[in-house]
Design a protein around this ligand. Sequence first.
Ligand SMILES: Cc1cc2nc3c(=O)[nH]c(=O)nc-3n(C[C@H](O)[C@H](O)[C@H](O)COP(=O)(O)O)c2cc1C
Length: 398
Amino acid sequence: MRAQLERDFERFGRELPRDFAGYVRERYRIDLSARYLGFPLPHPVGKGSGQLSLKQDQLEADRDAGLAFVVLKTVIAEDPAGERSMGAWAIHETRMKVERRPSAGGRDGWTVTWKGRGWDRPFEEYLGLVRSAADLTHSGSLVAVPSVKYHLPALGEPFREAEYGHTTDALMRAWGREPLPLEKDFSPTLAGDHLADEQSQILRWLREVPNQIRAGAGSARVRLALKLMNARHDDDFQLRMINAAGAADALVVFNRLWSVDRAVAYGGHDLSDRNLRVLAALRGRVADHPPLSGTGNVCSGRILLEYARLGCESVQLHTLFQLPLSEYPATSGTRQQRALHLLFFHPTEGVVAGMLDLEARGELSRAGGELRFLDLYGSCGRSPRRHEAHEGHEGSTQ
Ligand SMILES: Cc1cc2nc3c(=O)[nH]c(=O)nc-3n(C[C@H](O)[C@H](O)[C@H](O)COP(=O)(O)O)c2cc1C
């Protein structure tokens, strides 16, 4: 198997088969099936919301490369008069800078520095993108899900229901079928905003936003993922956020870190170190939470497997799709294909190699002759979610 993996790494670096997950299942008896927001996926790797999911041709390239899912750029909600309470997030900025970023622990990684925020074009154009995303999703070729930033009130203020209702209804019409899958972004720029100074304010948002969105959809059904920020508070507060977000159908954990000095969001190993540390703490503390999708510095199969072992049923990447071509071991293909090649087939750091290692160490067993990606969560010597004892509730982490 190891020799085979070396050979596959070599030849798939020239051309990655689109159905590489089917190949892995047949050749290695490894089932990479994954999940995001209730969608079954052939493998766990998707593209996170951002500058790489603004246009239909980007979605088509992702489908052709074999990504399992894509989250569209975050649009800023508006009311029927076109008013946007979060309008400060719709600023125009085109320049992105891909930079090396050493972590606090000294590990070299990458980050994308960008001063922009949400979708900066008319809402109508976004609805056109949502229609394309719906077509791709309904045809079964790529799951593509919209993302929104809605009004977030200060404590004591009401939610602007007209903004929730108008935006959700328009997205629902563009999507054309129930349920509407939707991600709600709590961004790093929000974490850096004075609005997010107050912990109780953030917890109220997480508790009430799902109801606001569902009420805005009227009788139509919404399947909702909340993308949680890395708040500028301690690890314990991250757990309290997860506790407060129990009404969501999925949680994306956790968006980028916020640099107060540079006033920019950043990633790299500091981001994955923090996210994985919090997810490890989550295991014993919060018994019942929505299914997780990981995000943050997934730059190798090993890091992907760490997210999976801590409960993530899929992962959402951005930075790995933007590196200089010389950073990928593959010699041809799009960046998405080169990233998939690296993540799954690297002979020591890839997902296939990592799952075979776990089997060799007795930490992952075959079921029906197969190693299964979705079994990784139970493979840390702990029992799977929703079967754990109820020992955590919101009060216990305060
Ligand atoms: C330039 C840039 C723009 C982004 N824009 C959004 C956005 O609009 N909405 C959102 O939810 N996440 C956004 N993200 C976050 C990514 O989707 C992803 O969660 C994050 O970058 C962590 O993954 P990574 O370390 O693989 O980049 C953005 C990230 C980058 C680098």
